[in-house]
Design a protein around this ligand. Structure first.
Ligand code: B1M
Length: 208
């Protein structure tokens, strides 16, 4: 019987080889792909997310854990698709127009994937029109916008207005170093998260 607790531990330690081996072994012996995902990989990333929030681990540990999860996911994904397992939700993310910072945005994307979301990453310098076009075509549940510059924050308000004007049902989350809950409230966002682990919590609550 595959040890999914050991799989979670391998993700927590960022041990990609062990994570891949256990994933392969679990599938070979008939463990349900959804169980490998929920009880192994996501369980491990949940622990990393909680520790990151409490400042018990830092960005490098999160990136290493996310990398181990990603490697195991490459083995697991085809089996999840065969089994018809749906993602928790579809999340569209991008850094707003004029802004080239992507380290935090990438971290948010990794943590969301770690929590079972399908993530569409539009990259950096994303204009309102592109957000709207993608939300309309990709069946998105949550839109996430990141900004690191006070000068690009108004791009969030502009994009949010364009999304509301386009009458899309997707919920909208904003974040990034200069962004605050007050600002999110002021522009009418559905959610704000100060860090990547909180972004996962907010996204989960919005799709629940
Ligand atoms: Co720039 N930069 N930068 N920069 N840069 C800052 C942001 C700055 C604070 C530095 C400073 O002056 N002290 C300052 C902004 C000042 C301001 O507006 N308040 C600044 C500036 C001015 C600039 C330029 C204008 C500099 C210039 O050219 N004169 C220029 C702008 C370029 C542009 O975007 N058009 C510029 C360029 C760059 C680099 C390209 C050199 C590089 C970016 C590389 C990259 O991202 N690929 C860079 C960097 C690295 C920084 C600092 C040093 C680090 C940012 C970072 O990655 N932090 C930064 C100073 C600092 O923060 N110490 C600075 C780590 C990252 C994990 O944190 O992105 O905050 P962060 O993400 C967090 C949370 O904010 C949150 O979760 C993450 C982790 O938990 N989060 C979200 C982020 N997005 C979220 C979305 C969510 C939810 C949570 O929901 C969707």
């Amino acid at each position: 019987m595959a040890d999914l607790k050991a799989l979670a531990d391998a993700v927590i330690k960022g041990d990609q080889n062990t994570a891949m081996e256990i994933t392969k072994a679990a599938l070979a012996e008939g463990t349900a792909p959804k169980s490998v995902l929920d009880d192994g990989l996501i369980a491990g990333m949940d622990v990393i997310g909680a520790r990151f929030k409490k400042n018990e681990v830092y960005i490098p540990e999160v990136l290493i854990a996310a990398r181990a999860m990603k490697m195991a996911m490459e083995i697991l994904e085809p089996e999840l698709a065969k089994a018809g397992v749906e993602p928790v939700g579809r999340f569209l993310i991008g850094t707003v127009q004029g802004d080239l910072h992507d380290i935090g945005k990438n971290l948010v994307a990794m943590m969301l994937k770690g929590a079972g979301f399908e993530v569409i990453d539009l990259g950096v310098d994303v204009g309102a029109e592109k957000f709207v076009e993608q939300v309309k075509t990709a069946g998105v549940h949550v839109v996430g916008m990141s900004a690191l510059l006070t000068t690009t924050m108004p791009g969030m308000e502009k994009t949010l207005k364009a999304l509301r004007d386009a009458d899309v049902a997707a919920k909208i989350i904003v974040g990034g170093a200069p962004v605050t809950q007050d600002y999110a409230d002021k522009i009418g966002a559905d959610g704000y998260a100060p860090d990547a682990a909180s972004a996962v919590d907010v996204a989960k609550s919005l799709v629940a």
